[in-house]
Design a protein around this ligand. Structure first.
Ligand SMILES: Cc1cc2nc3c(=O)[nH]c(=O)nc-3n(C[C@H](O)[C@H](O)[C@H](O)COP(=O)(O)OP(=O)(O)OC[C@H]3O[C@@H](n4cnc5c(N)ncnc54)[C@H](O)[C@@H]3O)c2cc1C
Length: 467
């Protein structure tokens, strides 16, 4: 190991500039620490910018440019030529991605954080060797934070070297208009891609080996999502596995466990991710991992080696940008002994940007049952909501789970446009220990979709009264 030059000595060195790394670095720098962030890519931002922001932009652009879900209401649509549509969508995605990359870069600059482009490897004694385009550099620090994220899991036997066999990272590099597509998986990323491509006019088959989409979602709403997808024309095949994929003269042949052979233009595998740990030299450094290669950490996000911390996708689920950011901030506080943020809030809201959106926070009905909680539910359907009707976004519902005895709000589950924003009202009420009565007594602006909370609460009261 080379001796680090003076300029390469820091309080904290963060490996990875995704949401965990960026926010950890900013947290430490905000409290006056000298911080460096290393990334093997020339642009900072990680999968947050390249994955989350980019797919959400594709979704927004697809909805706007095709008028999907709205054009029946007004009887008009833009009817762009498919190649023009794809060109506009890609241009918009490039603009927003560039804007968000610059926002991360500016955040690092504002906090006086050194950004080092290169691949990092642990070098012992609080140092990392960085293979930069200009040669090797050694950075050392009082503490290191590993935030190297994840990449798509590639099931064995699938020919990912074929240009039309894609994963959750390559799927967004849409090179031409698509007529037909298989999406493999039933999680958030699979549902998002399936919806986006459906909106863009492709025939989409969603093949999911699970029995229901988004297994973490309330079962009733998961069923509603499947029905909504089907009403939009998507084929949803639950409890079905892909048994073979090969190039055929007509396209890509996908064989399923039910014996069906589906020929499509492209197939996207969006089923699982795996941690980016191989290049870090974890074994040599003594950093323990689990059987899936995820870095093991304690409640302070410290690894088995004192002074080396880890956060984000590289430590495993839930693998969300939102949670990764919080983990990074808490890890930085422990690493730098900053008494500011000691825990990650366990009340995580989950948002899925399918069409329509889904969101949840707190307990599902099944979890309430499993925990032997005496509970009641209330449901408000968006078809009865004036704002949803005005917007032509009546697909969806809001469901609340409430404790019968103390009327406390335990969970909120939602499908429909704006769900990923609206969920935070429920989150706040649960967080502060609020009850059903908050929704009954509050005046909600109308017309808003938010006032569905009130009608879900009334529905819940009625069900409780009925016994
Ligand atoms: C298509 C898609 C859509 C998504 N949508 C959402 C969403 O809507 N909401 C949400 O909350 N989450 C979403 N996610 C998940 C979210 O993007 C990740 O959970 C999050 O980015 C993880 O953050 P991270 O900082 O742990 O890692 P990453 O964002 O993966 O960043 C890790 C960084 O480390 C760098 N790196 C790796 N190894 C090294 C090394 N040895 N040396 C130097 N640098 C290295 C990588 O280049 C990368 O920049 C989505 C993911 C995908 C794929």
């Amino acid at each position: 190991m080379a001796n680090p030059a003076d300029g390469d000595r820091f309080d904290l060195v963060v490996v990875g500039s995704g949401p965990a790394g960026e926010k950890a670095a900013a947290q430490a720098a905000y409290f006056g620490r000298r911080v460096a962030v290393v990334d093997r890519l020339p642009d900072p931002g990680g999968t947050m910018v390249a994955g989350a922001v980019s797919t959400k932009t594709m979704r927004e652009a697809a909805l706007y440019l095709t008028g999907f879900t709205r054009h029946q209401i007004y009887g008009v649509s833009m009817d762009l030529r498919p190649d023009v549509l794809i060109g506009r969508l890609r241009a918009r995605e490039a603009d927003v991605t560039a804007m968000m990359t610059e926002a991360v870069r500016e955040n690092l600059r504002r906090h006086d954080i050194a950004f080092v482009h290169g691949t990092a490897r642990l070098a012992g004694d609080g140092a990392v060797d960085v293979d930069t385009p200009a040669g090797m550099r050694t950075l050392s620090a009082d503490a290191l934070l590993l935030a190297t994220g994840s990449r798509p899991f590639h099931p064995p036997g699938v020919p990912f070297d074929e240009m039309d066999v894609l994963d959750s990272d390559t799927a967004r590099a849409l090179d031409r208009p698509l007529h037909s597509l298989v999406v493999v998986g039933g999680g958030a990323v699979a549902c998002e891609y399936a919806s986006i491509f459906l909106a863009l006019g492709a025939e989409v088959t969603l093949v999911d080996r699970g029995s229901r989409l988004l297994p973490f979602l309330d079962a009733e709403l998961s069923g509603l999502l499947r029905d909504t997808f089907r009403s939009f024309g998507m084929r949803v095949l639950p409890e079905t596995s892909v048994t073979g994929v090969q190039r055929t003269p007509a396209g890509v042949g996908v064989e399923t466990s039910s014996g069906e052979a589906i020929t499509v233009e492209k197939v996207i595998f969006a089923a699982g991710r795996t941690g980016n740990t191989e290049e870090l030299g974890l074994k040599e450094a003594g950093v323990a991992t689990d059987e899936r290669g995820r870095i093991l950490v304690d409640e302070r996000f410290e690894t088995s080696v004192p002074g080396i911390f880890a956060a984000g996708d590289v430590i495993g689920p839930p693998a969300l940008a939102s949670v990764s950011m919080e983990q990074g901030r808490v890890a930085a506080c422990y690493a730098m002994s900053i008494p500011f943020k000691q825990t990650v809030d366990p009340l995580t809201p989950f948002g899925v940007y399918s069409i329509p959106e889904c969101a949840m926070v707190g307990l599902t009905e099944e979890q309430a049952q499993e925990r032997d909680i005496d509970y009641a539910v209330g449901v408000a359907r968006f078809k009865d909501n004036s704002r949803a009707a005005i917007a032509g976004a009546t697909d969806g519902a809001l469901k609340i789970v409430v404790g019968r005895e103390d009327r406390r709000l335990l969970g909120v589950h939602m499908i429909g446009e704006g769900a990923t924003e609206l969920i935070h009202q429920g989150q706040a009420v649960i967080h502060f220990g609020g009850t059903l009565d908050y929704f009954i007594h509050s005046t909600f602006d109308v017309p808003t979709v938010s006032d569905s909370y009130k009608y879900a609460a009334y529905d819940c009261l009625q069900r409780m009264a009925a016994g």
